[in-house]
Design a protein around this ligand. Structure first.
Ligand code: FUB
Length: 456
């Protein structure tokens, strides 16, 4: 009884602050193990995916999802871009753990661990897939495949690519230029074992509080201003995030301290990804806040931070506010995918062959918030592509969920749930930059599906 009351109180407090929240950045699915990639002016965020129903009280993870943003506050859902089914040779139905994607020579390489099956790679011509298996087998061959998880990849300035991974040890290979094979002349059959000592990986407390280096899993490897960084989950369980640096991509590593400490709303795991984007630095991680504290239902969060002048990383606090300033405004006079979301409640996304990803599971009072929308001198019309066999409406509001009402689009039977039609309505003109709220109304469940919207 007490537990139930605490959970209700927890959710009430959480919802009370939602107006200001940006974290977690995805609310339609549980998304863990964030791996951001900057490509062509856009951040592509690859995540693992904790299913809504946890099986056998363990990680329940079947696919990898992708989201993108050009402003760091609105995220467009590209759906599940790869899954365990991408590997014809695999007979496992669970274990799609922490991925990372990188671009090289116009191809996109998605490195994925499959729990108990080691590290594999998928390739695509676009950052959002379709990803296919170029090898027909796993990429990394070792005699410790249960420990071969959490790949992280970086191509150095001289063209040499490195793939690091591992729990509780850290291994690496030097990838060949094709990115799907590696140099077998080094280490053990090409696999080099990193020296795991406390000078390299800290001695605050080791794995599970035992003495020893604190490195546990989830490495994130990159170079910045000629310094190589290894950021990782440490001292599980629960994990904090720590980091080490080196002047060489192959170490030796030197322990530098905490990046994110443990906190009650963080999960028993944590997993980082770091990027520089449009002049700012961002730290991605996951929390268990959205699920009300379930460690197998985690969600991706982001914080903006600044490196210290000497290149060290400050201790970063997990916040609800997350990224407070968008790096650019959103243009609503171009088609905006409905699944471009800063915050939403009650919604899911699905995809079909006609329109790709769309917003679904729309019930009365569910809503989408889109941040930093530049309404310019004001718009006269709101148009939306929708599909439904029922009826409902979309209220177009600004600044708050119950903020100024600009107009209401009535969404009536378009002839079926996949029968898409563009409907429009006149709206009141509002000028300048605002957060836009699309609030859904109607008496039924699953009122309609929503593909895109645009102002005119
Ligand atoms: O998400 C499954 C596993 O949990 C990841 O591979 C680890 O990094 C930890 O986050």
């Amino acid at each position: 009884m007490k537990t139930k009351f605490s959970l209700v109180l927890f959710i009430a407090l959480f919802l009370a602050t939602v107006g200001y929240a940006q974290n977690p950045i995805i609310q339609t699915y549980y998304t863990a193990d964030p791996a951001p990639m900057v490509y062509d002016g856009t951040v592509y965020l690859y995540t693992s995916h904790d299913e809504d129903s946890t099986v056998n009280n363990f990680f329940t993870m079947y696919d990898w999802r992708c989201y993108s943003s050009t402003d760091m506050v609105n995220w467009t859902d590209h759906g599940a871009v790869a899954s365990l089914k991408s590997f014809a040779w695999l007979d496992k139905t669970n274990g799609a753990w922490a991925p990372q994607c990188i671009e090289r020579n116009g191809k996109f390489y998605l490195y994925v661990p499959i729990h108990g099956e080691g590290v594999s790679v998928l390739v695509a011509d676009s950052p959002t897939g379709p990803f296919t298996d170029p090898l027909g087998k796993r990429l990394i061959e070792t005699d410790h495949i249960w420990q071969d998880i959490d790949p992280t990849v970086y191509v150095d300035d001289d063209g040499q690519a490195y793939l690091y991974w591992g729990n509780p040890k850290l291994w690496y290979v030097k990838l060949n230029e094709d990115m799907i094979s590696y140099d077998h002349s080094i280490g053990q059959n090409g696999v080099v074992s990193t020296e795991m000592n406390t000078e390299a990986f800290g001695s605050h407390n080791g794995r599970d509080g035992k003495p020893g280096p604190s490195y546990t899993e989830g490495p994130w490897f990159y170079k910045r201003n000629n310094l190589y960084y290894m950021v990782y989950a440490a001292a599980g369980i629960p994990e904090y995030i720590a980091y080490s640096t080196s002047i060489s991509p192959e170490g030796p590593w030197s322990y530098k301290g905490f990046v994110m400490e443990r906190a009650p709303h963080l999960a028993f795991t944590n997993h980082s990804g770091i990027i520089d984007f449009k002049g700012n630095s961002y730290f991605f991680y996951h929390s268990q806040e959205l699920s009300g504290g379930e460690g197998f239902k985690r969600s991706t969060c982001v914080e903006q931070f600044e490196y210290n002048p000497n290149g060290t990383i400050p201790v970063i606090k997990p916040t609800k506010e997350g990224v407070t300033t968008s790096v650019e405004n959103l243009n609503p006079f171009k088609r905006v995918e409905a699944e471009t979301i800063a915050w939403s409640e009650g919604l899911k996304t699905k995809s079909d062959e006609k329109v790709g990803v769309y917003v679904s599971n729309i019930d009365n009072n569910d809503f989408i918030k889109i941040r930093s929308v530049d309404l310019g001198k004001g718009a006269k019309k709101f148009a939306a592509n929708v599909a439904t066999a029922k009826s409902g409406s979309i209220e177009i509001r600004i600044d708050e969920k119950d903020g100024e009402l600009l107009g209401v689009l009535s969404v009536t039977g378009t002839g079926g749930e996949q029968n898409w039609k563009t409907l429009s309505t006149k709206i009141k003109e509002a000028k300048g930059v605002h957060d836009v709220y699309l609030v859904f109304k109607g008496e039924d469940k699953d009122l309609f599906n929503f593909d895109w919207w645009q102002l005119k």
